[in-house]
Design a protein around this ligand. Structure first.
Ligand code: EPU
Length: 460
């Protein structure tokens, strides 16, 4: 078995030292030798899409908040830099470190992030850092609530389609903010403070729900958000905010009621497990006729995804903090439709298409969240997959085997999905631009190797 080549560290290994955000490692490649099945147990750390927002939420209270079970990924290092630029002291404690950020709870492989927020944080996050990360827009709500004004760049993130901000901006305007756009910036002010409001979201946007909740917890009066997102990450941030003294009802439902309080206090909070990483392993097990036990993810976060894997022929056993997926046959084709939670997660769409590509029969896969999510399909075609897309639908006719070829990761999830597809291809598949995968999968190559397949990281 080929050994995994060490990746550059993405966090500061020594508590208290300034972190360096590594430059994008463009050109990095993962080489996959197809033909093996995944077998064994894999632990999963905290969710990227929760931890990043929890870090933004810390801005709401002066003092030291501690967030544990944080995955060791590039995006966390970037978010830490964003917060440092706002005057916070941020220490990312590696799993084996001791000190102020010793492990509070969660996976022993995860980091603990200690954030010391000054009495008055800065209100102009660094333009270039914000542009590297979609989640950085989540400083908008907390900074507006704390400082009464904010200038923040339009955020970056994956190339998976257009990603508007109208619901973030519209909701904050209802709460009394004046918001304008200038030269790639969102400029918001609320000189007389934010007030409670009734807000209807046209779509249950995860980011807009998070921003509006974080603004509302310190607003004057009651805010009601209807058609709110119900993702587990929303429940997680509401739990952290409640621990800080916020008054929130309805987390996990479509209606959130938030009664503003004058101030919040710092908190210690453990991030929920990453359902998308867990779901990736479930599909990987099914696609490779494997037997994988996942630890660290609540299986109720993945009900629809695990049901699809079971319909494809796998045996799925759920336990308190994980699940086991065993597949003893070539998968059967299943149709998949992505929807906001509790529907099938759009972030698992590349895995669903990968499964369909090697299944017996034809599958219809429908994407309802992002208009560019099928961009990676072109890469899967290079592996010999039979896929036709039309608008937001893809018809996939399964082939017994794919064929190894050079391909390119176009975003985090597509990259992870292509690696798994490579396991089902004859010969060698080289996936380029795997720095995308580093943004969301903390130990991908090492975990794959520990599950018995031949995968290695090579410099490009
Ligand atoms: N949208 C608007 N206007 C808005 C906000 C959203 O039109 O004001 C649209 C978006 O363009 C998109 C849809 O609504 O078409 C859904 O966007 P949402 O706001 O729900 O997504 P997000 O907050 O930008 C988060 C995750 C994504 C995940 C989606 C959906 C983070 C940092 N990102 O994005 O994760 O796919 O929710 O669950 O939390 C990933 O991790 O790889 C990833 C892309």
């Amino acid at each position: 078995m080929a050994a995994a080549v060490a990746r550059p560290s993405v966090t500061d290994a020594v508590a208290g030292e300034p972190a360096l955000v590594p430059p994008p490692t463009a050109g990095d490649v993962i080489r996959v030798t197809g033909g093996a099945r995944l077998a064994g147990t894999v632990p999963v750390e905290g969710a990227k899409n929760s931890a990043l927002k929890l870090m933004a939420a810390a801005l709401l209270a002066p003092g030291r908040s501690v967030i544990s079970n944080v995955p060791r990924i590039t995006d966390i290092a970037i978010m830490a830099e964003v917060l440092r630029g706002l005057g916070c002291q941020v220490t990312i404690c590696e799993p084996d470190a001791t000190g102020p950020g010793h492990l509070v709870a969660g996976s022993p492989r995860a980091s603990t992030v200690v954030i010391d927020v000054p009495p008055v944080p800065g209100c102009e996050p660094d333009y270039e850092l914000v542009r590297r990360l979609r989640a950085s827009i989540c400083v908008l709500g907390p900074l507006l609530a704390r400082c009464g004004r904010v200038r923040v760049a339009h955020p970056g993130g994956d190339a998976i389609g257009s990603r508007g901000l109208d619901m973030h901006v519209g909701g904050l305007a209802r709460m009394g903010a004046d918001i304008t756009g200038e030269e790639g910036l969102v400029v918001a002010s609320a000189s007389r403070g934010l007030h409670g409001a009734t807000i209807w979201l046209d779509f249950p946007s995860v980011g807009a729900t998070e921003n509006l909740v974080m603004a509302a917890v310190l607003a004057d009066g009651v805010t009601e958000i209807d058609n709110a997102a119900r993702e587990p990450e929303i429940v997680d941030i509401c739990a952290m905010l409640t621990g800080m003294g916020a008054q929130i009802d309805g987390a996990g439902t479509a209606t959130l009621r938030i009664e503003g309080v004058p101030e919040l206090r710092p908190v210690e909070h453990a991030t929920i497990g990453d359902r998308i990483v867990g779901g990736t392993w479930a599909f990987a097990a099914a696609m490779t006729c494997g037997d994988v036990t996942v630890r660290g993810v609540d299986p109720s976060f993945l009900e629809v995804a695990l049901d699809k894997v079971a319909t494809a022929g796998a045996t799925v056993e759920a336990s308190g903090d994980g699940f086991r997926v065993r597949m003893g046959r070539r998968p059967r084709a299943v149709d998949v439709v992505t929807l906001p939670f509790p529907g099938f997660a759009t972030d698992l769409l590349p895995m669903a298409i990968g499964l369909a590509a090697v299944s017996e029969g034809a599958s219809l896969v429908t994407e309802n969240i992002f208009d560019g999510r099928f961009m990676f399909v072109e890469e899967l075609l290079r592996l010999g997959a039979d896929i036709r897309t039309d608008g937001h639908h893809a018809v996939v006719r399964g082939r017994e085997r794919l064929v190894g070829a050079p391909v390119r990761a176009t975003d985090i999830r597509a990259g992870a999905g292509l690696v798994i597809a490579g396991l089902c291809a004859d010969g060698v598949t080289e996936i380029a631009d795997v720095h995308h995968i580093d943004r969301g999968y903390p130990n991908y190559v090492a975990d794959l190797c520990s599950l018995g397949v031949q995968v290695e990281r090579c410099g490009g």
